[in-house]
Ligand binder design. Structure first.
Ligand SMILES: Cc1cc2nc3c(=O)[nH]c(=O)nc-3n(C[C@H](O)[C@H](O)[C@H](O)COP(=O)(O)OP(=O)(O)OC[C@H]3O[C@@H](n4cnc5c(N)ncnc54)[C@H](O)[C@@H]3O)c2cc1C
Length: 834
């Protein structure tokens, strides 16, 4: 019995040491103490196992080894030194552009998740949605006014162009300079405000959102504001803010898409003539494509690789990626015609130039910033990616939910609103979840950026997750609308989102690359507590200094790994009962517990993956993609819990939060299980399975019943539906297709009792409902309906007929307006070079 107590005490001690990330000295002392007690116990006769005396000796062995390893010089000679040499040999060198991408941006709450022990106070410290009075007035005022003047069909079909009136409005009200500081004539709005303004516009027209979004994200405005010379700031920023200049930013070329750093666009430092004088400048040749606003831009932001063969700048030949700002009407600049991205209307096209000479002061930041282009782009991207696409990802999901809950309640088949059929309830539950999650992630992430963070990993998560989830929501919305969503025309309010989804998925880092490479493979290096230090040590040009740094990081890394293995196993066998829960988590404590437990599992699997795959991390993308998904679920669920708390835990949202939590945990579990099942090393696979799933997979998807209750809340006009779709543009004009939905929904709900009476009479054969018959008059005559009820249903039927109507056209109206007589399609230019 005493021996058993002793063994249990040893196991508990090992758990405590591991979970507290004890030093090697502490482990050595603990092993020595255990060996000593065992032997003493045997001598005293307390343990009654004289035959196991050798176990005591065995206990001394780890004590001696660990004791020796706690002596730095011994450890460096026999363990970390040889390991350092070995890793240094096999580790692929991190390229300069990769290094800049890694170092750009900040590490924040993502590191908490990677640590396996998220500090909830850090998340709690992120501000809730806060707007200044001026920002709120702009969102409710000019932004709403802009939305009201947008006619989506006219833009994307009739004109395939953003109308002049819209351009004028956005320029006049300063929409194009939201990120430019007040000092330089811009609105100087916070990222949170920008995100909400962009989202509201996106909920009305993704095309108009694009022309506002591009000048407010990575491009000339932001680059000049952050890196420009005082003269550039003074000259360009006020003009950009007022829309006197329209910018575009040209990075992508035909051969350099995702791998933009391999661009073939070149600049050579040389002397040339500018404004009649000989000056030092750059001779440029480039070919770019897909450039948003390119066809209407007056200022072209251009990224190219700069060389200085004559060493005019004293920085050697290959200076690196550089960014310049070139007036679109500068001689030699060719602004091409237009691409036609999925039939949308925002201007997008190629541009190119050959041997175009520009003076040095057209380089953003001037001579000081030559070669710094990639770093500048990566720094801005880390913040920008957190705002622009997540704003439309959230707004799109909210808009899809708003119109689909209304249509699903109005449209009846088999005597039932289609939203109440179980098959569609499934799609609607998914849409509710996406609307809640995308908005939660958007709000929390925008608040982080507003506080000055540039979250590189979190922004990658938000970019790919919010656009990917929106894709599913749009498809769900289309499914519920049936033919009504498919047939295009002025009445179709789904098509613009359907057309724009692939654009969001492709730009700012195409989603597959963002998921598999940026979020985890680079993310692991960035957010892991020790990995990047180890890699930097291995890349150090001074091997002595590198070996010392490696030794420091390695020791902590081992303690971290042990802590994760023991911690994950402990929390898995205790169902997360002992994980940390933030203060005042009432109502959500269980989800925090499960998040804490899952974060431990993630930290363990991520750590082992990095150790086993090493340099292969970039190519084992099915593994890294799953880990990116797992990390995303942890982050998004954390945002869901924060949103719920920030919103004051409204009773109506409790079930929605439960639905999100269950599904996030389930998807997390499947992503981790998929990683383990496909792990290349069998032994590691077995061990991980034993630690992470000791009793099998614990989480299940949200139940059908929970989905049913959540959908019932969402299809009811009122506070839950309004909160789920907050801050989007909601029309109440019956001459607007979405306004018609809102008005009809309320009337349909109010007339449900009368509707039921009519349906019963029709089923009983008392009243017949066929063309040519006034069934409401008949129902009134037969005493089925009162006059008031018949009038009510007459109004509802008239509105419903308008809601379900689809447009039809004269064939001539459908001829694309660009197909003018004599236009030779075969002769359409395929590339700028042709
Ligand atoms: C409508 C539109 C507007 C745009 N606006 C601009 C703009 O204003 N300025 C600008 O400079 N650019 C712009 N772009 C370009 C955009 O950023 C690129 O399209 C994008 O970077 C992807 O490049 P690509 O299209 O050449 O695809 P590719 O690079 O050919 O990629 C094809 C597929 O391969 C995947 N892939 C590539 N490499 C990897 C990898 N290592 N691992 C895993 N998967 C990988 C990608 O995820 C993608 O799914 C725009 C593009 C579009 C379509």
């Amino acid at each position: 019995m005493v021996a058993l107590v002793f063994l249990v005490a040893c196991i508990i001690a090992a758990f405590v040491l591991a979970m507290r990330r004890a030093s090697i000295v502490a482990w050595a002392l603990a092993a020595a103490a255990a060996a000593f007690v065992w032997q003493t116990g045997l001598i005293d006769g307390a343990f009654h196992f004289p035959a196991l005396g050798w176990l005591g000796l065995l206990g001394w062995l780890p004590a001696i080894i660990l004791g020796a390893l706690s002596v730095p010089s011994f450890r460096r000679t026999w363990l970390t030194g040889p390991a350092y040499q070995q890793i240094r040999k096999i580790l692929p060198r991190v390229s300069e552009t990769e290094q800049q991408a890694l170092e750009a941006g900040t590490v924040g709450f993502d590191a908490e998740l990677f640590s396996g022990r998220p500090n909830w106070d850090r998340l709690g410290a992120v501000a809730p949605i806060e707007l200044t009075a001026e920002e709120r007035a702009f969102l409710d005022g000019p932004t709403t006014e802009l939305c009201g003047m947008i006619n989506d069909w006219q833009i994307r079909h009739a004109e395939r162009e953003i109308p002049e009136a819209v351009w004028d409005f956005v320029k006049r009200h300063g929409f194009l300079g939201m990120l430019i500081s007040k000092e330089h004539g811009g609105l100087g709005f916070s990222p949170q405000a920008q995100s909400l303004i962009l989202g509201k516009i996106a909920s009305r027209s993704p095309d108009v959102c694009t022309i506002v979004m591009v000048p407010n994200s990575l491009g000339p405005g932001e680059l000049i504001e952050k890196y420009g010379t005082p003269e550039q700031k003074h000259h360009f920023l006020p003009r950009l803010a007022k829309g006197l200049e329209v910018p575009c930013f040209s990075l992508t070329g035909p051969t350099s898409g995702s791998d933009a750093a391999t661009m073939r666009d070149i600049g050579v430092v040389t002397r040339g003539i500018h404004d009649g004088k000989e000056v030092l400048g750059v001779r440029l040749s480039w070919e770019k494509r897909y450039i948003t606003l390119g066809p209407v831009a007056t200022l072209v932001g251009l990224a190219f690789r700069l060389f200085d063969p004559d060493n005019h700048l004293g920085k050697g030949d290959d200076i690196g990626i550089t960014v310049a700002l070139i007036p679109a009407d500068h001689p030699g600049v060719h602004i091409g015609r237009r691409h036609l991205p999925t039939g949308t209307a925002f201007p997008n096209g190629p541009n190119w130039g050959k041997d175009v000479f520009i003076p040095m002061d057209w380089i953003i930041g001037g001579e000081r910033m030559v070669g710094q282009g990639w770093r500048m782009l990566m720094e801005c991207l880390a913040a920008g990616r957190a705002i622009s696409l997540p704003s439309s990802g959230a707004a799109g999901a909210k808009m899809m939910l708003r119109v689909t809950t209304a249509y699903g309640r109005i449209r009846k088949q088999f005597g039932l609103p289609v939203a109440k059929m179980e098959g569609l309830e499934e799609a609607l539950a998914r849409m509710v979840e996406t609307a809640y999650i995308n908005e939660a992630g958007r709000a929390v992430t925008a608040a982080m950026v507003s506080a000055g963070e540039k979250p590189s990993v979190i922004s990658a998560i938000m970019k790919y997750q919010s656009t990917e989830r929106l894709r599913q929501s749009v498809n769900d919305a289309m499914d519920l609308h049936g033919g009504r969503g498919i047939c295009d025309g002025p009445a179709n309010y789904l098509q613009s989102a359907y057309l724009m989804v692939p654009v969001g998925i492709t730009v700012e880092g195409a989603n597959i690359l963002t998921r598999t490479l940026i979020t985890f493979a680079q993310g692991a290096l960035r957010s892991h507590p020790y990995l990047y230090d180890e890699i930097k040590a291995c890349q150090d040009t001074d091997p002595r200094r590198g070996a010392l740094a490696f030794d420091r990081a390695f020791g902590s890394h081992v303690a971290f790994s042990l802590s994760n293995a023991f911690g994950a196993f402990f929390h898995n066998i205790t169902g997360g009962l002992f994980t940390e829960v933030p203060e005042k988590a009432y109502g959500t404590a269980e989800w925090y517990r499960q998040l804490g437990r899952s974060a431990r599992n993630f930290a363990l699997v991520a750590d082992v993956t990095v150790a086993v795959l090493g340099g292969g991390l970039k190519t084992r993308q099915k593994i890294t993609g799953r880990l990116a998904d797992a990390l995303s679920e942890l982050y998004l669920l954390s945002c869901v819990l924060k949103r719920y708390k920030d919103d004051g835990k409204p009773a109506g949202d409790r079930l929605i939060v439960e639905l999100c939590a269950r599904n996030c945990l389930y998807r997390f579990q499947e992503a981790i299980a998929g990683t383990i099942d496909n792990f290349p090393n069998r032994l590691v696979r077995m061990k991980l399975r034993g630690i992470v799933f000791p009793f099998g997979r614990p989480y299940k998807r949200a139940s059908d019943q929970l989905g049913h209750r959540v959908v019932a809340l969402a299809i009811e006009p009122g506070e839950v539906r309004d909160r789920l779709t907050r801050e989007i543009y909601v029309s109440r004009d019956v001459n607007d297709p979405t306004g018609l939905l809102e008005v009809t929904l309320e009337k349909v709900v109010a007339a449900e009792e009368a509707e039921r009476k009519l349906e019963r009479a029709i089923r009983a054969g008392t009243v017949r409902r066929y063309h040519g018959i006034d069934w409401l008059a008949d129902a009134e005559k037969a005493g089925v309906l009162s006059k008031a009820e018949a009038d009510q249903l007459r109004e509802v039927e008239a509105l419903t007929a308008r809601v379900i109507a689809v447009d039809h056209f004269d064939p001539a109206e459908l001829k694309p307006h660009y197909m003018k007589p004599g236009h030779n399609v075969q002769g359409a230019q395929r590339s700028a070079a042709e």
